[in-house]
Structure formats: structure tokens, C-alpha cells
Design a binder for this molecule. Structure first.
Ligand code: ZN
Length: 404
């Protein structure tokens, strides 16, 4: 058995990163071009195109693709795609750029030239329409909606040549992996069915349980860490990584699990983002995506299992990567073990459930957290992190805090 095929009609990874002399020449040329600044979200999307994570797209989407993706989950050539991948700029900038002109795409945080793009199209969108379709809301309090509403008025579209992966290869050495690398890693282990576990948090026992259910039915699990931007107050990627590595070292059978990281920001688009998560996991070689409760959700915008149900609403052949739907998991004192809503008949009071916010508060105040909730080795790392912060983290009990 082989790994799943990359997404798209050609079933072939399409990384857009240049290499060798071509890279050198294009970098020189890029310096002479007009700059277009990219937000962190846009830079993350661009790097995904660079490494082939967003195969088969070849650049930022034009109007027809934008519309097709919003309204019908597909691009004009029929390829399934759940979230528009677009680049915006101000009207003033857009007016100064000619159709057919090559521009340099610059990351606004690092000021690094990340790519060149031939501008094929300039267009305006109905942002509210995009938000209603993608996020199911146009509430500006939703962090994904806020980013769309803050975009420039004009979208620029066209094919890109990617010149850099930015800070990721250096900052996350050994974790940051391109799809061709994760595929090779799985093949070297002899895996053909691999379940991806999406994470933007340290892993507690409920997460360990989810991944071990997956290990029982797949050859292995790929812990796939988001390395891009999160909400303020979330745990930094290096602390997350250390705690995950420690958990694996102490509680998993060797070679049943691999850790990797990818460069995207969270959009918090719930069900639509779950589809995007499955799509790019297919490119990374994963046959399954673990979809638990409120996957990629935030606040109360989505029903707890909307991200599972949406997989039943897309065409059967839309994606090769399938969801591994698992109910809410926790430790239950009466069951005397890990369980889920599907397997535990007991009541709320018998279960150990801590919200992320409550846990952060306990850890930063040096309170003991039950080892039924999280492994002691993990708790030690997190507790040291919180207590080492020079300024105590402001723990706001705001409504986003409960998002898994
Ligand atoms: Zn129980």
C-alpha cells in the first residue's frame, strides 16, 4: 500500500519554491520590482504554496476562484478547495500596479522578500460575503473575520515564484517539514495509513488518548503542529514542542508517532478550516485527520461537531484524506480511565474536565493539577514556563478562551 496521493487532478506535489541558480536570479530581479506587503496570514499561505502544502494551486486566487471557493467549495477548474487563498493591498497600491506587472511579495513583519508574482488580476470582493460563507458569521469579534475585514480593499491575483520559507526552517529545525519530507519519513517507517493530529496546544491526556485511538487503526500518527500565529496568550511553539516531545518519549511506542510543524496561521474557521486541514494533510501524506470536538473553532461560533458533519456534505471524491471522527474525550473517575461521550455513561461530575483557561490559571499560580488530566512530565514543563514569565499572564476569561 502506498500513501495517499497529493491533492488535485495531477496527483503530484507542486512546490513553487525556486532552487539553485533560478532562485539566485529571481532574488536579484525581485529587488528591482515594486513591493507588495503581506500579512502574517498571507505569508503563511505563500510558504505553504512554496513547499507544496497547498498543491495544486499556483498562486493567489483570482475573482472566479474566490467566488467558486466561497460558494461551491471549488475552483474554476473543478478542484475542491474550502477557503479562499487571497492577497490584498490598498486601492492606492493596486492603482499603481499594471496588469501583467511582476511584483515582489514582502513579509510585513520581517521585511524579507518572500516571492515574486505576476499580477494577472485586480479585483474587489464582498468581504461580508466571504466571512458569512467561510466563518458563518461577520461578527468582527471573531479573530478570522477581523483579519478579513482588516484586509486592503483590492485583491491581487497571479502565479507566484516562492523565494524563501522565512523564519520557519531555522527557528523550528527538526520539526518544520515539507510535504516531501513527511512523506519520506512515513515511507521510511513503512507506513501507508497515517492519521494527522492537528495541534496548537500542548498535549494533555485527552489528546494522548485521541492519538492512541488512531494508532490502533492506522500505521502511525503525525502530530502536526501549527507554527504560525495564534491568539495572544497561547503557549509559544517551543514550549509546546518540548512538552509534546517529553510526552512521546515517556508514553508512546517508538515509531508509532512523528512530529512535524507547518507554517500557517490559525483562521478559526471551524468546519471550513477542518476541510482545509484535511486537504493539506493529504499533501503531507496523511490518509486521515483526527477531528475531535470543535476542531479549529473559537468561542461559540460553531456547534461542537460541525467540523465532523461537514465531511458528510462534500462530494465523496473531494478528498482522499478522510476524517477520523472522535467524540469529546476526558478522564472519568467512575470508568477509571480515559473515555469519551460515546463510551462513558456517567455524569459530568464524574469526569475531570478543565478548560484551557482554568488550567493556565492553575499553572501560573503554582497550583497542583491532577495527573489524570495531564502527565506529570508535561505539567512540570508548563508550570515552569508560566511561573518563569516575568509578568504574570493576564488570564482573561473571555469567550474565546474555551476553544479547543
Ligand atoms: Zn465514565
Amino acid at each position: 500500500m502506498a500513501l495517499v496521493n497529493p491533492h488535485g487532478k495531477e496527483k503530484k506535489l507542486k512546490p513553487l519554491l525556486l532552487e539553485g541558480d533560478k532562485l539566485k536570479e529571481e532574488k536579484e530581479r525581485a529587488r528591482t520590482l515594486t513591493d507588495v506587503m503581506m500579512t502574517s496570514r498571507e505569508t503563511g499561505d505563500l510558504i505553504m504554496m512554496g513547499i507544496g502544502g497547498f498543491t495544486p494551486i499556483e498562486g493567489f486566487m483570482g475573482y472566479e476562484d474566490w467566488k467558486g471557493v466561497c460558494d461551491e467549495y471549488k475552483m474554476t477548474d473543478g478542484t475542491f478547495w474550502p477557503i479562499p487563498i487571497t492577497l490584498s493591498t490598498t486601492k492606492g497600491n493596486a492603482d499603481s500596479i499594471r496588469i501583467g506587472e511582476d511584483v515582489a511579495l514582502v513579509d510585513e513583519e520581517s521585511a524579507e522578500i518572500m516571492a515574486t508574482m505576476t499580477v494577472k488580476e485586480k479585483y474587489t470582493i464582498d468581504k461580508v460575503h466571504e466571512c458569512m460563507k467561510v466563518f458563518g458569521t461577520d461578527d468582527i469579534e471573531h479573530p478570522g473575520v477581523a483579519k478579513v475585514m482588516a484586509q486592503g480593499e483590492v485583491n491581487l491575483a497571479g502565479p507566484v515564484k516562492v523565494l524563501s520559507e522565512g523564519r520557519f526552517p531555522e527557528e523550528y529545525k527538526g520539526v518544520y517539514m515539507r510535504p516531501e519530507e513527511s512523506r519520506k519519513n512515513f515511507e521510511d517507517k513503512g507506513w501507508s495509513t497515517v492519521a494527522a493530529f492537528q495541534t496548537r496546544n500542548p498535549m494533555h491526556r485527552s489528546h494522548e488518548y485521541l492519538t492512541k485511538i488512531a494508532i490502533e487503526i492506522c500505521d502511525g500518527v503525525y502530530i502536526h503542529m501549527l507554527l504560525g500565529q495564534l491568539k495572544a496568550g497561547d503557549i509559544p511553539a517551543d514550549i509546546r514542542q518540548t512538552s509534546i516531545d517529553t510526552l512521546i518519549e515517556n508514553y508512546y511506542v517508538k515509531d508509532t508517532i512523528t512530529v512535524g510543524g507547518y507554517p500557517l496561521d490559525m483562521r478559526y474557521a471551524g468546519p471550513r478550516e477542518a476541510l482545509l486541514h484535511a486537504l493539506f494533510r493529504q499533501n503531507f501524506g496523511c490518509s486521515h485527520l483526527i477531528v475531535g470536538r470543535d476542531h479549529a473553532g473559537v468561542g461559540d461560533y460553531y456547534g461542537p461537531f460541525d467540523a465532523q458533519k461537514i465531511f458528510d456534505e462534500i462530494p465523496e471524491d473531494a478528498l482522499e484524506t478522510k476524517p477520523l471522527k472522535i467524540d469529546w474525550t476526558f478522564y472519568c473517575y467512575k470508568c477509571d480511565g480515559m473515555a469519551s461521550m460515546k463510551t462513558c455513561p456517567h455524569s459530568k461530575e464524574d469526569r475531570l474536565i478543565l478548560s484551557g483557561t482554568k488550567l493556565r490559571k492553575m499553572l501560573s499560580e503554582g497550583e497542583d493539577v491532577s495527573d489524570k488530566f495531564s502527565r506529570p512530565e508535561v505539567l512540570k514543563i508548563l508550570s515552569e514556563y508560566y511561573q518563569g514569565l516575568s509578568e504574570k499572564v493576564e488570564i482573561k476569561m473571555h469567550k474565546y478562551a474555551e476553544g479547543a
